[in-house]
Design a protein around this ligand. Sequence first.
Ligand SMILES: [Zn+2]
Ligand SMILES: [Zn+2]
Length: 380
Amino acid sequence: MLAVTILGNNSALPAFDRHPTAQVVTMDDHVFLVDCGEGTQMQMSRYKIRRSKINHIFISHLHGDHYFGLIGLITSMGLLGRTLDLNLYASPALEDIINLQLRVADIQLPFKLHFHPLVAQGVILKEAKLEVLCFPVYHRIECWGFRFQEIRPVRRVNPEKARILGVPSSFFERLKWGEDYITKEGNTILNADATDPGTPAKSYAYAADTAYDERLIECVRGVDLLYHETTYLKDLEARAINRFHSTTTQAATIAKRAGVRHLLIGHFSSKYEKLDDFEVQARELFPNTDLALEGVTYRAGGPASAATTPTEPATPPLSNTATTSSADTRAAAPKAGTAKDAAPKKAAERDTAAKGAASKDGAPKDGVSKETPKASSEGA
Ligand SMILES: [Zn+2]
Ligand SMILES: [Zn+2]
């Protein structure tokens, strides 16, 4: 399974009970963290994502709303006695930043940090069943997108057919990868005669903060699930261009032209309390669009309503989350947090929940003032 759980869907400021960007990508045995805005640890606790499962963290760029939670997370991992190595993939400057923070605080971590500087498009992590690639996106500072790609056999062996044709079981693994079998007599058994089509490999692409740029199309072409930022509604296209961000229409255009299956939109500007129009506008061009809502898990390759509402009940104390080892991190707990809420919610219901995050007078719950953020900080 390949799925993404949203921990933070806002840009720049936390507002309206929305948090700066962070996501968890689950594939094979991995739990990958993608971006780590302020508050990510609290969101991980809320949705029962265990720190101890995370061995690879991918940071798109060094605007604070994408990594200001990182030093806190790393420090907590140390306090909790982590010994496994931790891999960080980011712009080269991150190494100096983290090392300075550790040095001035006189912190000796009990585990090793490996910095993997992102310098060129290509594969940055490869294992037998998956690979992760980075690609440039187009923002005010250097910024990277990530593509998570399953690696699966292209064919499934049909044991009955294979046996009748005389293919030995020792050759089955090679059959799965499309090879023909040559008999001792030199006859060729065509792969297609002994196999059936395999389950297609799934893919997820994360296009972080970016202006509309058609060079992205090839990087995300054909993915099952694309996250593309939509900081603004379509009427603010000029502002989006000016600040190297995208609108609903622009994200939907990329999704459509890249032939992706399902679009997730997020990184909403703090100027918007309600998100309904984001979904409406994107769906005008690309109907299979969903809002990236915090606490919801979206499966790559799932149906249009693939958002699965989390099934874990109550939020555990912060200190317990790293030491438990059996919880299913593939589904996170809903904000309302009870198992009986487990039925998948329709988009409209989820919107209502999102709208309900603000108090009746319209002020965000967390006390952030309703004033429009200053131009320099909006949509970082
Ligand atoms: Zn941002
Ligand atoms: Zn940014």
